[in-house]
Design a protein around this ligand. Sequence first.
Ligand SMILES: Cc1cc2nc3c(=O)[nH]c(=O)nc-3n(C[C@H](O)[C@H](O)[C@H](O)COP(=O)(O)O)c2cc1C
Length: 521
Amino acid sequence: MNAALEYLGAIPWWLWIVIILAIVAIRDVFFQRKHTVSHNFPIIGHLRYLLESIGPEMRQYFVANNREELPFNRIERSWIYASAKKENNYEGFGTDRDIYAHQHIFINNAMMPYQIDKDHPNAIDKTFVPCAKVMGIYNKRRKPYRPASIINVSAMSFGSLSAKAVESLNKGVKIANAYHNTGEGGLSPYHSNGGDVIFHFGTGYFGVRSDDGGFAMEKLIKLVEDNPFIRAIEVKLSQGAKPGKGGVLPGKKISKEIAKIRGVEVGKDVLSPPNHKAFSNVPELVDFVEAIAEATGLPVGIKAAIGKLEQWEELAQIMKTKNQGPDFITVDGGEGGTGAAPPSFADHVSLPWVYGFSDIYKLFQNYGLTERIVFIGSGKLGFPAKAAMAFAMGVDCINVAREAMMSIGCIQAQICHTNRCPTGIATQNKWLQNGINVPLKSERLAQYFNTFKKEVIEISHASGYEHPCQFDMDDIEMNVDDHHLSKEFDQTFKYEKTPVEFNGMKSLKECQYLGGNYSNN
Ligand SMILES: Cc1cc2nc3c(=O)[nH]c(=O)nc-3n(C[C@H](O)[C@H](O)[C@H](O)COP(=O)(O)O)c2cc1C
């Protein structure tokens, strides 16, 4: 034995390298048939796979320019990171964007900005900007809700996000007076740390699921009774990244904890079909919404990505004639994110946000319904100027998913679907999530939200307004190559926004339905 070790020890290091390379070459040529490149080019063929695997990171860090990457470019990501860390988020020397470029958006500023007096709510709190509408007030729900923040966390489930990420988001929304949408995976203990919650479910009915995979109203009633921080319910019809696409939650991802929260069996594949079992057409959807609102007392909304308009038209007709229907509508853009979706769906199915939202808003406006619906927008809207544009088009609140993830450390590795998220946010791997410092990350989410709100207020003031709900379609212009050709939004999208009833920030502050931590709840 000693002699053998001595013999091996005498082999020089460079000969070891030659031996290892020879073994790899023999394996490449004679023992593997899966990879043609490494068979035909033993050893060096591996370089191709290595470079391909680190290519995205190399491009992101060294090659791509500041405005080039998608879904979020470096300037956008850096603004979120700096805002979340309370660092300097300004840029020096002026914009690096080509502001003459086609489709560039301009906000028309006033000659003199809106001025606040000494006891204005924003003189006391620069981040106070609740939703200008109250969810559920028109339909006389028993528990109307005014979101206390215009920016909120969009649907992302515990399951697609880690426990620590969900907990950080929930604690963060509590600090920022925002709400937290649960996503499709049911209400977990990590959603229950004090923030307002919108309970969301899709075709899997996770958390409110009957034994046969249908919807169990009695479970929803109990859930709402046991968890008074649930302020509204959202029924998911579709999302921008994969409208009409069902999904399978593989059994191996279903731990005891996830099974309990979702109401499914441990280790057994669970199907989320493309369609709901609880309703199969638009009149039944309206009945379903009304039944939930009646049983829980909460405002009920729907979330969807937009494409064809016929069924929306039918919904508007029913809402008009029966005086019933959703209290809020969340419009998700085709550019929306997901934990996992086929590229064909993510890239091509459903309209980009501005097209989808303008279609829907116009349609509901034609039926005189816009005042009674709270419109929520999602799809890369977590930036103050984009938000101003969305408000001008008619949204009342904004939901953010990936921007919220970035504020708690997401680096846009784009591998949410692999369970290998390096930042511990979109994975169930315990080791990877252990790196998340929940108190620090919740502060960061709150800081990002507060910076966002402060800047939206400042942009509103710059345009002569007190609240972003006052933005109108002719406040925003889109570049079509020459100023005389550039069209105001009302001409581009062919509608005027219905003015939102707004009686000053003070009246919002005194509202009895105001959510968050404000004292008059
Ligand atoms: C990791 C992840 C999980 C998501 N899970 C859900 C979900 O459960 N239900 C849903 O309706 N949308 C889901 N979405 C979509 C988001 O809620 C949101 O609509 C979309 O990402 C657009 O917002 P963003 O551009 O701010 O990311 C998810 C998105 C991500 C990134």
